[in-house]
Design a protein around this ligand. Structure first.
Ligand SMILES: Cc1cc2nc3c(=O)[nH]c(=O)nc-3n(C[C@H](O)[C@H](O)[C@H](O)COP(=O)(O)O)c2cc1C
Length: 200
């Protein structure tokens, strides 16, 4: 039985393209693995806080020395990490927001990128600790970044891949619905991206 973790980051609801694309990816995975269990982590509900000094200090203080407040922060962070550890398949909705990922997703990475949990350092540098997982990225954008003059601004998907690369997740498939603000392309982009989903 497969555990799927679906990470959602668009602040928009019904009109969100990345929610639709990510949902379609999850449904395709469920077609392949009908008994898969899906856990949703909607980062726009109960948002992960923006990183403050107390959080950083917590992450770099041994658990046995945590204050009660730090204990609570650590429990929250390791709870998010447990969801990643338990997942066989991770689907992440990653829409382009101001040439980056939505702030909710960045905050999530700040609470899950932790030495000793998702990666560690040895004499060869960083080493991921989340191995043997599959990652699907559902990317949506107003412009086109996979080719053409704006390819140099293709910052979202490489960033998400790099974070998960740090965690040790290297088996990645990307589905893109791009040009959602471009007349002539926007009408069919999402539909075509959904049709193109293949699960390996
Ligand atoms: C606040 C905001 C910022 C955006 N910034 C960009 C951007 O920098 N580049 C781009 O190509 N599209 C941008 N867009 C368009 C979104 O990437 C596009 O609408 C995408 O579908 C958003 O995902 P969502 O529909 O799941 O919210 C932006 C949209 C919003 C609402």
């Amino acid at each position: 039985m497969k555990n799927i973790l679906h990470i959602i980051s668009s602040p928009r609801m019904e009109v969100s393209a990345s929610r639709k694309l990510g949902k379609a990816v999850v449904e395709k995975i469920q077609e392949k693995y009908p008994d898969a269990v899906v856990k949703e982590r909607d980062l726009t509900k109960n948002s992960v806080p923006i990183l403050e000094e107390i959080h950083v200090n917590t992450f770099f203080t041994p658990a046995e020395s945590h204050s009660p407040e730090q204990e609570e922060i650590n429990e929250y962070s390791t709870g998010l990490i447990s969801e990643l550890q338990e997942a066989d398949i991770i689907v992440i909705d990653s829409p382009m927001y101001n040439l980056s990922v939505p702030a909710s997703l960045r905050a999530y990475f700040d609470f899950t990128s932790r030495a000793g949990y998702t990666f560690k350092y040895d004499e060869n540098g960083p080493k991921g600790l989340l191995n043997n997982k599959k990652l699907y990225i559902a990317f949506t954008s107003g412009n086109i970044y996979s080719e053409g003059p704006y390819q140099v601004y293709d910052s979202n998907v490489p960033y998400v891949k790099n974070v998960f690369g740090l965690y040790g997740v290297s088996d990645v498939s990307v589905f893109r619905a791009e040009g959602l603000s471009i007349p002539g392309i926007q009408e069919t982009s999402l539909e075509k991206a959904i049709e193109a989903i293949t699960i390996d």
